[in-house]
Design a protein around this ligand. Structure first.
Ligand code: 5GP
Length: 201
């Protein structure tokens, strides 16, 4: 199953998504491509694949991306390979922006769409400032974009209010576990069980 996780920059989305990997089994994080510069806290091939604009342009031309968007002036995209490699058997989490989420919605109708929001706008401001990785004008731009993004909440299946990481992590885990119990997801698993009921009759 594909889980598309979206939310304004600074809402703690990446921390939440990464923290779920240790909590729920068989969940993987989709590593995006970006033309943004690597932050000190990030690792190539773990947080992102950092590429040049020319390399990103080639991926678009060669139709290698399942979705892509320009976010805060940089290109970001999910490769089709990433989805095909992991998407069928395991649960794959996509931490992407609203434009990417809308593209995935047109291609993968069954994906689960989750919107992460902070408890208050002020909270977002504080987090972006405390992160200390962005210049003041960049923070201002991100906050303006957040005001636009928040309006898209009705397009999502689930809303997580990320006021406490522990609580948010439990809610995200619950969404994944409940989705695994849906009839659609259980169909394969249930066949041998049903068969066992009627064997040797
Ligand atoms: P950041 O630069 O703070 O890591 O991410 C900025 C924004 O880009 C976040 O909202 C993040 O979800 C989004 N983003 C990260 N990877 C992708 C991607 O592959 N596609 C799209 N559309 N957005 C992405």
């Amino acid at each position: 199953m594909l889980y598309v996780i979206t939310g304004p920059s600074g809402c703690g989305k990446s921390t939440l998504v990464k923290s779920i990997l240790g909590e729920v089994e068989n969940v993987e994080f989709s590593i995006s491509y970006t033309t943004r510069k690597k932050r000190d806290s990030e690792q190539e091939g773990k947080d992102y694949f950092f590429v040049s604009k020319a390399e990103f342009g080639q991926m678009i031309e060669m139709d290698k991306l399942a979705e892509w968007a320009v976010v805060h002036g940089h290109y970001y995209g999910t490769s089709k390979r990433e989805i095909e490699k992991k998407g069928s058997e395991r649960d794959l989490l996509l931490d992407i922006d609203i434009q990417g989420a809308q593209q995935i919605k047109t291609k993968f109708k069954k994906a689960v769409f989750i919107f992460i929001i902070p408890s208050l706008f002020q909270e977002l401001k504080t987090r972006l400032k405390n992160r200390g990785e962005e210049a003041v004008d960049v923070i201002g731009r991100r906050l303006e974009i957040a005001k636009k993004e928040i309006r898209y909440y009705p397009e999502f299946d689930y809303i997580i209010i990320n006021d406490k990481l522990d609580k948010a992590r439990k809610e995200l885990a619950s969404i994944i576990l409940a989705t695994r119990c849906r009839l659609d997801s259980r169909k394969k698993e249930i066949v041998p069980i049903l068969r066992s009921f009627f064997e040797n009759e």
